[in-house]
Write a protein that binds this ligand. Structure first.
Ligand SMILES: Nc1ncnc2c1ncn2[C@@H]1O[C@H](COP(=O)(O)OP(=O)(O)O)[C@@H](O)[C@H]1O
Ligand SMILES: [Mg+2]
Length: 251
């Protein structure tokens, strides 16, 4: 689904990749390993085209969807946690936002005089929401958030009020809900407690798309992946099995 063909990349003075190649095939779950500063995050950014290689090419199959989670979560504000998570899912989330606003308007005494128009719009929007499977999406979003440790109260609360660590979980929930063809997860386990980690492990095991991930928690990663891609001295090498078997192969 994704292929890196003879990539070279330098960040400033530092050489990260030297004419190296790798591929992510359908259904593969790959753990990306290498020391700090080896270029793991850079590799993700090459795949998402946030960075370009100095030489070589990155190919991806036509029409595939890619979801990328990184520590760099960006701004989140102006809506509830659950709306933020559903936003990753396209048109349906725009409609969900309008539906929530219309529901609020229906109970707003200041808008009594517009009630007829609001009700009519509500009917149309609700029909479209149902057509797109919106009610299913809302409960799926809540299921994912629950798995990542959110209470029902937190899910309905303003996303802007969350701490950095909880915003990370929101960003992760967005990618999980999106169910892309390819998931790129750069350190998804960093801000999770044990219970959420166990839930995430199960989720990723059941996910049938392709996965490329890094994690400082090797035991967690080993339980999820079936292949290892190692960055060593600018070269990418893949091994089947988990990280432990990589080590014993090397010896
Ligand atoms: N924007 C940047 N400009 C210059 N150097 C960078 C930049 N981002 C990362 N680097 C350097 O590139 C190398 C690889 O970084 P990174 O891909 O983040 O490694 P990893 O994720 O494996 O820890 C590091 O030496 C880092 O200092
Ligand atoms: Mg990194």
């Amino acid at each position: 689904m994704i292929r890196l063909d003879s990539i070279s990349k330098q960040n400033g003075q530092r050489v990260i990749f030297i004419e190296t190649s790798a591929a992510l095939q359908k259904g593969e779950k790959i753990g990306l390993v290498g020391p700090n500063g080896a270029g793991k995050t850079t590799l993700f950014r090459l795949i998402t085209k946030q960075e370009t290689p100095d030489e070589g090419q990155v190919f991806q199959d036509r029409g595939i969807t890619i979801g990328f989670f990184s520590q760099d979560v960006g701004e989140m504000s102006g809506r509830s946690v659950v709306a933020e998570v559903m936003d990753g899912a396209g048109e349906i989330s725009v409609i969900a936002t309008e539906l929530a606003q219309l529901e609020a308007d229906l109970c707003d005494p200041d808008k009594m005089d517009q009630m007829e128009a609001i009700l009519e719009r509500f009917g149309d929007v609700q029909a479209r929401f149902e057509e797109l499977g919106g009610y299913g999406l809302d409960s799926k979003a809540r299921e994912v958030l629950h798995g990542l440790g959110f209470s029902q109260e937190m899910m309905s609360g303003d996303v802007a009020l969350l701490s950095g660590g909880w915003k990370m979980r929101v960003a992760l929930a967005r990618i999980l809900l999106m169910q892309p063809d390819v998931m790129l997860l750069d350190e998804p386990s960093n801000h999770l407690d044990l219970e959420s980690l166990i839930w995430l492990e199960q989720f990723l095991k059941n996910y049938d798309g392709a996965l490329l991930m890094t994690s400082h928690d090797r035991a967690f990663m080993n339980r999820v992946v079936n292949k290892i891609l190692e960055i060593d001295g600018g070269t990418l090498t893949s091994f089947s099995g988990d990280y432990e078997s990589t080590n014993s192969n090397a010896r």
